[in-house]
Design a protein around this ligand. Structure first.
Ligand SMILES: CC(C)(COP(=O)(O)OP(=O)(O)OC[C@H]1O[C@@H](n2cnc3c(N)ncnc32)[C@H](O)[C@@H]1OP(=O)(O)O)[C@@H](O)C(=O)NCCC(=O)NCCS
Length: 431
């Protein structure tokens, strides 16, 4: 942070001076916290593209350079050397765990995988075809009511229970997701197993049958672990900002992450990976190799799903990592997916096309992740749920940071554009 520079704003002929803040990666901001008090004006920034809503030391993104780091560590190094639970610990506690810390964290997460037996009534209350994201959001909020001492809405008490609550949510989000899939498919619920690691246990709860144990091929569990790791945090995106917004009122962690799931559900956020697979399938079914679709995208008649990003104006580093993972997992499973060929063709064609070059449109994380999830056997309706499992550590870390450092409720202002004062008209005089 620098206190030497200032920015001047002239309003109605009067000059106002504000401090400039500089982050640890040289990100610059004007500190406008006193702006309205001093000038009577507010700043207008719908979509918040120019607004810093918090100070955070969790994740750094440089969209121009295609950089993503959790607690300073490049995503490429984590993808190669770490695991989802290790990265989750890093994101939540700010440092890489040593062996003892990691083992304890693993054990704590493993111990909390079961759901209270009464939870079956919650599942029974949903129609069989309920969308898994609707179920997940409701279930996470309901979960808090089974642990009243962890969801008091008393900041100090909720923070005292934080370690337990964090492990519980990371663990049970996966149990709820698998149970939702089983419910949708009309299959019996499968209990978690303590001896299995995080991803293997999830795949077991998804795919084991009472008469046949599912054993995940290593390539499959590695690819899913990588998927979760790559989604574990992404700075102040829509769902994470929602979690912080809800937390700012003093709401507990269960309620806050439940809101995060709702925000993630939308197609402009977590829903894009499913849209990519749908697009690739349509291209395939129409006999196109992608060329016609590219033309339609350039003519404004279609969007190349999985391309472009609000922050990245370069390759999304997660897309590069996941493109390679897609190759690996399909090869290991001995499968050929014509959608992967179409994806490659689209990528090559778009990257050499002026339309995409000028607009800095590159593949984002969703471009290849749907192909990988599909190869693993995850149904398309569950794709966004997979994203939510992965993003849980990021939401938790942001809730913690917020709860420990801020007492201010988030409450933006607006520029009112409605009618000015008008008298109440009795009903008989209304037109
Ligand atoms: C992610 C996304 C919402 C970012 O949007 P944004 O930052 O608001 O960018 P804009 O929508 O303003 O697009 C800027 C220009 O690029 C074009 N563009 C952006 N994404 C495009 C895409 N995927 N295909 C074709 N053209 C695209 C827009 O038409 C616009 O062109 P114009 O300047 O001629 O009007 C957008 O790129 C998109 O819809 N991508 C597809 C969905 C997706 O993959 N989402 C997952 C994100 S992780």
């Amino acid at each position: 942070m620098s206190e030497n520079q200032t920015a001047k704003i002239i309003i109605e002929g009067k000059e106002h001076e504000y401090p400039v803040m500089i982050g640890s990666e040289n990100e610059k901001a004007i500190d406008l916290r006193q702006f309205r008090k001093e000038t009577g004006y507010i700043t207008f920034d719908d979509g918040y593209g120019n607004t810093g809503s918090c100070l955070s030391n969790i994740t750094f993104i440089d969209g121009e350079k295609g950089i993503l780091r959790y607690r300073g560590i490049p995503i490429e190094q984590l993808a190669e050397k770490s695991s989802f639970l290790c990265a989750a610990y890093l994101i939540i506690y700010g440092k890489l765990p040593n062996e003892t810390d990691l083992n304890e964290f693993r054990k704590k997460v493993a111990k909390k995988a079961h759901l209270h037996v009464d939870f079956k009534h919650h599942f029974e209350g949903f129609p069989k075809a309920a969308h898994p994201m609707a179920v997940l959001s409701s279930m996470l909020n309901s979960l808090g009511s089974y642990y009243p001492h962890m969801s008091t809405n008393n900041r100090e008490q909720d923070l005292e229970q934080f370690d337990e609550t964090a492990a519980l949510l990371i663990s049970k989000v996966r149990t709820i997701a698998a149970a939702t899939y089983r419910m949708n498919m009309g299959l019996p619920f499968i209990y978690p197993r303590k001896d299995l690691r995080y991803v293997e246990n999830f795949l077991h709860m998804m795919f084991t049958e009472p008469y046949e144990q599912y054993i995940a091929p290593k390539e499959v569990s590695d690819a899913l672990d990588l998927f979760f790791l790559l989604h574990a945090d992404h700075e102040q995106n829509c769902s994470t900002s929602t979690v912080r917004m809800v937390a700012s009122s003093g709401a507990n962690l269960f309620a806050s992450v439940s809101a995060g799931v709702s925000a993630l559900w939308g197609p402009l956020h977590g829903g894009a990976n499913a849209a990519v697979v749908k697009m690739l399938q349509e291209i395939h079914d129409s006999g196109d190799d992608g060329s016609r679709y590219i033309r339609a995208a350039k003519d404004g008649k279609a969007r190349l799903m999985g391309f472009g990003h609000r922050v990245y104006k370069n390759y999304d580093p997660r897309a590069t990592i996941f493109g390679q993972a897609a190759e690996r997992v399909l090869k290991a499973l001995g499968r050929e997916d014509p959608l992967l060929d179409i994806a490659h063709h689209l990528e090559q064609a778009a990257l050499s096309d002026d339309y995409f070059i000028q607009r800095k449109l590159y593949p984002n994380v969703d471009f290849y992740s749907g192909i990988v999830l599909k190869a693993i056997g995850i149904p398309v309706e569950m794709f966004t749920v997979m994203f939510a499992i992965g993003r849980m550590p990021g939401w938790i870390a942001n809730w913690k940071e917020m709860a420990e450092t801020s007492t201010k409720i988030h409450r933006p202002r607006q520029v009112y554009t409605g009618p000015t004062i008008s008298d109440y008209t009795p009903i008989e005089e209304r037109k």
